[in-house]
Design a protein around this ligand. Structure first.
Ligand SMILES: [Fe+2]
Length: 385
């Protein structure tokens, strides 16, 4: 859902008959978003894309933690304590969710052995650790530590994990994830004062038809995994044209704003969904008024469940959190800096903090899996000196 791109062999117009050198007709697959006014892409294929045969369905419901539904408190989950196991697609552990959003963590040790389609919603990864390739009919998109990776709803792909550890946060939104409207001009281009520019976004390197001899596709929809067999390689694209494709954006390309006094989180907004504003906290000079309190003030975000995924650096307002920690500060009760952090921040000039924050517009539920990695002492940490 970004600027229009194209690659490979294209017919002179969409839906004109196109044939290869042997006279065989090529096929189109149109990925259409939200009707006629939404973005779309067309893949030009060797084989008919709809020759999928159902193999079976496995239900994957999200189970809410019973205790959480009765307890309004600040919470801390340590995703760094989850074991590394499995592939990108089967290692995901859902931690927080509502009717629109699912926040999961994956720590895979192996590449996907089949192709995967997320038909629930757009998926934005934040790569805390690891590197590899998102392989799709659009080509190979390389990802590494510090990247946001966008996997649009409905795009078939396979995640290749390079050797070594991998760890990422997955943000899924049924209502879609994109560029905040305030960063675009009336013709859809990024404005000059947007915190990034088009060249910061990396797109797949088109490879042309590929055959990895994998014939199974898993489609996730309605909290179930539906497996299909296909008689040919789904990477049989000879070209593509459109605005729906995977892309990557390194968090260091987000240009932070600074001020003489504290700026609210909306200034750190990077991507958005109707369900959440996704913010990047990156290394930057701190507030430069001589009497500025660099730490955020205690606050009640009365409409927002706030989630922070801690990446690196010393977070000015927190103690006891590490890389991989995920905090949940729910609407309804105030939250703010840990004891001592507010006072200690006066006079600070620079922060090395790196984190991804979500301001979520609907109440988040915690899963049973989240309760297994919860830091039970977190609430008390706000009261200790
Ligand atoms: Fe907050």
């Amino acid at each position: 859902m970004f600027e229009r791109r194209f690659a490979g062999e294209l017919p002179p117009k969409h839906h004109l008959a196109s044939r290869d050198a042997d006279g065989r007709l090529r096929y189109e697959e149109c990925l259409t978003r939200a009707g006629f006014d939404g973005p779309y892409s067309i893949l030009y294929r060797i084989e008919r894309p709809h020759l999928m045969r159902p193999l079976g369905t496995t239900s994957k419901p999200l189970i809410a933690s019973q205790a959480a539904s009765h307890s309004l408190r600040r919470r801390h989950f340590r995703s760094q304590d989850l074991p590394s196991a499995g592939t990108a697609s089967n290692s995901r552990v859902a931690l927080l969710f509502n009717d629109d959003l699912v926040l999961s963590v994956s720590k895979p040790v192996a590449s996907d052995d089949g192709y995967f389609v997320n038909a629930e919603g757009d998926e934005l990864l934040f790569i805390l650790d690891g590197r590899g390739i998102i392989r799709s009919p659009f080509g190979d998109l390389h990802y590494a530590q510090g990247d946001y990776v966008m996997l649009p709803k409905g795009v078939l792909h396979r995640v290749v994990v390079d050797s070594g550890s991998a760890h990422w946060l997955s943000i899924e939104s049924r209502s879609g994830i994109g560029i905040p409207g305030r960063f675009r001009n009336p013709v859809g281009q990024l404005r000059m004062d947007a915190p990034y520019c088009h060249r910061d976004f990396r797109v797949p390197e088109f490879k042309g038809p590929q055959d990895e001899h994998i014939r199974e596709v898993t489609v996730r929809r309605d909290h179930a995994e539906h497996r299909f067999e296909i008689p040919h390689s789904p990477l049989d694209a000879v070209g593509w044209d459109g605005a729906v494709y995977p892309w990557a954006f390194h968090i260091s390309n987000f240009q932070p704003r600074v001020s003489s006094v504290h700026l609210p989180p909306t200034w750190h907004g990077t991507f958005e969904s109707p369900a959440a504003l996704i913010c990047s906290f990156v290394p930057r000079p701190l507030d430069f008024h001589p009497q500025a309190v660099a730490c955020p003030y205690p606050h009640s975000s009365v409409d927002i469940d706030e989630v922070i995924f801690y990446v690196a650096g010393s977070f000015s307002s927190r103690r006891g959190v590490d890389s991989g920690s995920l905090s949940l500060h729910p609407a309804g009760i105030p939250h703010g800096p840990h004891p001592g952090r507010y006072e200690a921040s006066i006079g600070a000039k620079y922060t090395e903090e790196l984190a991804v924050m979500l301001d979520c517009t609907a109440r988040l539920n915690t899963t049973s899996e989240a309760s297994t990695i919860e830091d039970a002492a977190y609430e008390d940490s706000f009261h200790a000196q």
